[in-house]
Design a protein around this ligand. Structure first.
Ligand SMILES: [Fe+2]
Ligand SMILES: [Fe+2]
Length: 164
């Protein structure tokens, strides 16, 4: 594969992630508001702050590449967040909704982890080590968030309340 076309795919994938992050940024305050458990609410709020940094990092990379981030909608994230919205419509605010939101949020994190893993690898293949490092930082934060959500699902949610 010519390095020119790998570069095109790299930019396309970055645009997909940029759109995904923008959509997540809109969804997180709704999820934080709907969370019953304080630790889950603060996890969503913390990730909103992190997500702003993820957007800024992508913007920095687009500037370095002489590209513009817009013009593409991530349909995968649109679908994942539409499912999240359904949960908010279908369930009353409760610990059960918290558990359901954790499941939805972990799908979002895994989507991001897949995307950032790919672009990090492409950046390395293209000899863009600095960009690979930036993307790795975001990838690590997505992974940490995923683990934090697993921890919340396992330890914070009151099993008895959910089973009632
Ligand atoms: Fe992110
Ligand atoms: Fe994320």
């Amino acid at each position: 594969m010519a390095s020119e076309s790998l570069q095109d795919i790299y930019v396309e994938q970055l645009k997909d992630l940029y759109s995904a992050e923008q959509q997540i940024l809109k969804a997180l305050p709704k999820m934080a508001k709907a969370a019953t458990h304080e630790d889950l609410r603060s996890a969503f709020e913390d990730h909103e702050v992190q997500t702003r940094t993820h957007v800024e990092r992508l913007e920095k990379i687009f500037t370095q590449l002489g590209e513009k981030p817009g013009g593409h909608k991530c349909k995968g994230m649109e679908g994942l967040l539409a499912e999240g919205d359904e949960l908010l419509e279908e369930h009353e605010e409760s610990e059960a909704l918290d558990v359901a939101m954790i499941a939805a949020a972990q799908r979002v994190e895994h989507y991001e982890i897949a995307g950032y893993g790919s672009v990090r690898t492409f950046a390395n293949m293209l000899g863009l080590g600095d960009q690979a490092d930036i993307l790795q930082r975001t990838l690590d934060e997505e992974g940490d968030t995923d683990k934090k959500l697993t921890g919340l699902a396992e330890t914070v949610i009151n099993i008895d309340a959910v089973q009632e």
